[in-house]
Design a protein around this ligand. Sequence first.
Ligand SMILES: Nc1ncnc2c1ncn2[C@@H]1O[C@H](COP(=O)(O)OP(=O)(O)OP(=O)(O)O)[C@@H](O)[C@H]1O
Ligand SMILES: [Mg+2]
Length: 331
Amino acid sequence: MSRLLEVRDLSVGFGNARPVKGVSFAATPGEMLAIVGESGSGKSLTALGLMGLLPQHAKTGGEILFDGRDLLKLPEKDLRGIRGRDIAMIFQEPMTSLNPVMRIGDQIVEVLRIHEKLNHKQARLRAIELLDLVSIPDAAKRVDDYPHQLSGGMRQRVMIAIAVACSPRLLIADEATTALDVTIQDQVLQLLDRLRSQLNMAVILITHDLGIVAQWADRVVVMYAGRKIEQGLPDVLFETPYHPYTQGLLAASPRLKANYHYRDGPLTEIPGSIVSAAAEEGCAFRPRCPVARSACGSSVPALVQLSAEREVACPYVPAIAEASYAASVRR
Ligand SMILES: Nc1ncnc2c1ncn2[C@@H]1O[C@H](COP(=O)(O)OP(=O)(O)OP(=O)(O)O)[C@@H](O)[C@H]1O
Ligand SMILES: [Mg+2]
């Protein structure tokens, strides 16, 4: 499996705060990778890091290898060539990302003319093709509409058309469907999934919605307070969530929980919220963890790889406890 993207130990800091504390994950062409975690866990900062769009004063560490090149070390000039062409992103609110006084076709043409050597006429034809690709009916006519003439779902499709205009190899969707109603949300996800396979793109889907993850993702990374605390294949992870935080997330999603056997387990909803104070010492989830013990305060639990796809950062997960017991007996 070739790795298009490999993020190694990424950290992002502002002054004394370090909202992203060493995150590693990879993405391969054609896969849909979900990143979940509650508000403030560092998902958007991670995404902005991939786009080279972190604020100037952010301090970064680690590596973001895209096609083997470390994006964190590239000069802005080179990043501008990659952003929008090789890596594109769609955001939650299309109205703030689209220019309200510019026809949608012209906004697509603008992107095409920055990155591709097309004349105006070719770019306009391509814009119509792209609107057609994202299933905007009557594309040849709608190309001259202004954003306010379109519904929310249609505007999100235009955003996707702009994002995929140059056939990027990585598309990041940060809560891109959250503002849409459920039916439209499902249509937009279907569209993203179709484009993923047609263009063989890697898609990183950032969402709060575990139902979306279960339905669409090939792999899922769970983040908590700036760290990856669990990773796995959605079906396996939802059937047997290991980390107490993942268990809590699932307990808080009744609709999803009902589809998995684990509903019979000792799931409890997570009390409290992400605690930033004292998060540097020990496990950040400790103050909210139903199975925390005193040792959890002394060091940050290491992320342990249990199988090719499964990783978890809690030493009291039975599978990890058994493995370390077996290792200690052998010693
Ligand atoms: N420019 C910034 N300066 C200082 N702190 C920031 C900045 N941007 C984000 N943070 C902090 O970093 C933390 C993580 O932010 P991030 O936006 O990545 O969270 P998120 O996981 O995307 O949350 P949400 O689900 O709400 O979108 C937050 O606690 C936030 O306060
Ligand atoms: Mg966010």
